[in-house]
Design a protein around this ligand. Structure first.
Ligand SMILES: *Cc1c(COP(=O)(O)O)cnc(C)c1O
Length: 403
């Protein structure tokens, strides 16, 4: 029997970095520098520079990063925020935590990201509040104040188009870049490549261990080039205070630990290389799947450089394929089995099956294959051969019966 192939490998990169990470730990212990301080500032400076934003504010996790970004951008109770249902639930949770209500826009069938055409049509069909000039959410009747696209699986949404729509409808634009550290998009409007996290008023990153840049625990950050937003988020993450024990607003305990910031700074130096390795692995999968019928591989538009946080294919009889891959020692995932608008937690929004047909169509046939920087061509070959074997030997009648 061949060695198992994990869905992702968090052990070997840390083994390699152990001496550097232990040095961070030791320096924190010896100085008792656990909160704030130079390790945090150093990482914030380096991450902002990497993204191409003026500022980075380290926070407790990606969900808090989204929540703080929304609040600082002015989203408040009684607002509606447009986002997608094809994401991790935290995207919507952050909107709810800011006191607003999400309304979901349909996604593009090829990229799985927010469809700009659907976004514009949706807004045009929302009633206009003549007093304020704002659109009122079609489902909630609340003023739509922001749009929150997600750069899903490591590929950026169509930001030129979304940015233009946000301007046309006076919406704040916040990016969920939690899966897109280092992803790039060629902006025709600006005639240059732009990174995820450098376009909206603010952007949220997660450094959950499995992300392309992951901490050794929970961590996150907001990037922004608006000094007012940066100042507000620095206050929000620290009990609404800029000076200790003087609280200007009611905030949160949402800081990034110094040790995690130190770890992240060590790992940030490797991120460009890791992302390139993921891109090479994706190109290999793409070539290997060329001869396998019935498997839809990820689509990367010419204006996009994806960083493949996940490598998601679509195929029929997904559950059978997943079970048989597991039996062969190959780890996979499903991102995500239930779109947010159909989650029990959001039942009160009143969405029904059929409201977002494209979004809903993914749940039954998506499969995330093993993807991490160190995955070898041999391992990938085995994954592809297995998938080919399994899909070939599912009798055609089974597929038709379950379609
Ligand atoms: C991981 C993730 C989040 C939340 O980040 P946490 O650090 O786990 O809070 C939000 N949105 C997306 C798209 C994510 O993948």
């Amino acid at each position: 029997m061949n060695d198992p192939i994990p869905f992702l490998d968090l052990v070997s990169p840390h083994r390699e970095l152990e001496p550097e990470l232990m040095a961070i730990m030791q320096s924190a212990l010896r100085s008792a520098g656990f909160i704030g301080g130079s390790m945090l500032q150093e990482f914030e400076r380096n991450f902002a520079e990497f993204i191409g934003a003026a500022e980075c504010i380290g926070v407790s996790n990606g969900t808090d990063a989204l929540r703080f970004a929304l609040i600082a951008a002015g989203v408040k109770p009684g607002d509606a925020v447009l986002t997608v249902a094809n994401s991790f639930i935290a995207t919507a949770e952050a909107i709810t935590q800011a006191g607003a209500v999400p309304e979901f826009i349909e996604v593009d069938e090829d990229t799985y990201n927010m469809c700009p055409h659907s976004l514009r049509t949706y807004l045009e069909e929302c009633p206009l509040d003549v007093d304020t000039g704002m659109r009122l959410g079609r489902r909630t009747g609340m003023p739509i104040t922001a749009v929150l696209p997600v750069h899903l699986f490591g590929q950026m949404a169509d930001m030129d188009a979304i940015e233009e729509i946000a301007q046309d409808f006076h919406l704040e634009l916040i990016e969920d870049a939690c899966q897109a550290h280092g992803a790039e998009y060629f902006s025709e409007r600006q005639n240059r490549w732009r990174k995820a996290g450098s376009i909206g008023r603010a952007a949220a990153f997660s450094f959950y261990p499995g992300k392309n840049l992951g901490a050794c625990g929970d961590a996150g950050a907001v990037t922004t080039s608006d000094p007012r937003i940066a100042r507000d988020i620095r206050r929000l993450r620290d009990h609404g205070s800029a000076t200790k024990y003087y609280h200007e607003v009611i905030g949160f305990n949402g800081r990034l630990d110094s040790i995690q910031a130190g770890f992240l700074d060590v790992k940030l130096k490797h991120l460009p290389r890791w992302n390139e390795m993921r891109r090479s692995a994706a190109a290999r999968y793409q070539a290997m799947f060329e001869t396998v019928r019935g498997v839809i591989t990820p689509f990367e538009p010419v204006q996009s450089k994806a960083v493949y946080h996940l490598y998601v294919v679509r195929l029929s009889e997904r559950n059978v394929v997943q079970e048989r891959l597991a039996a062969a020692g190959i780890g996979t995932g499903i991102h995500y089995p239930v779109p947010i608008h159909l989650q029990k937690a959001y039942a009160e929004l009143g969405y029904r099956k059929g409201d977002l047909p494209i979004t809903e169509s993914f749940a039954s046939d998506i499969l995330s294959l093993p993807m991490f920087p160190e995955i070898s061509a041999r391992q990938q070959q085995r994954v592809v051969e297995r998938v080919a074997e399994i899909t070939e030997c599912i009798p055609r009648s089974d597929i038709a019966a379950n379609a």
